[in-house]
Design a protein around this ligand. Structure first.
Ligand code: RB5
Length: 148
């Protein structure tokens, strides 16, 4: 079932692409909360990963999108949060499978890695693909039980 709302964040490197992604998602009537950054001025991506993950951990949102230069720093920072399963995706297959098998709740990608067309396709798969559950449930539970 397609998501109806999500939270989005970026750093300076992801700022321009984030604005385009927001427009793309709003055109599909998806409600978006933007936790920043709100300009292309240099900033630290962990701050925005943290702000976004807190919105998910508290239950305000179930899913989020984080954009930085590579998507890697954002995914590393996001995955430090218990209950967050962030996937850095640069292709559509990974975006679909991380929903089906990993129940990823945060999608990350890099503005310096992919163009806007691919970013839109990756987002569309992420927001429209349901978690399969079944044999994957035990594995996802084990991910969530790891760490602090
Ligand atoms: C910022 O220059 C860059 O390091 C950041 O956007 C991201 O790519 C980190 O993983």
């Amino acid at each position: 079932m397609k998501l109806t709302k999500l939270v989005i964040g970026c750093d300076h490197a992801g700022y321009d692409l984030k604005l385009k992604v927001i427009e793309h998602l709003k055109a599909q009537n998806i409600e978006i909360e933007d936790v920043g950054t709100y300009s292309a001025d240099s900033c630290d991506y962990p701050d925005f990963a943290d702000a976004l993950c807190k919105k998910i951990i508290t239950g305000e949102y179930e899913h989020g999108i984080l954009i930085c230069g590579t998507g890697i720093g954002m995914s590393m920072a996001a995955n430090k949060h218990k209950g967050i399963r962030a996937a850095c995706c640069s292709d559509t297959f990974s975006a679909r499978l991380t929903r089906l098998h990993n129940d990823a709740n945060v999608l990350c990608f890099g503005s310096r890695v992919i163009g806007e067309g691919l970013a839109y396709d990756i987002c569309d798969l992420f927001i429209s693909t349901d978690y399969e559950g079944g044999r994957h449930a035990r594995r996802v539970e084990k991910i969530d039980a790891l760490g602090n």
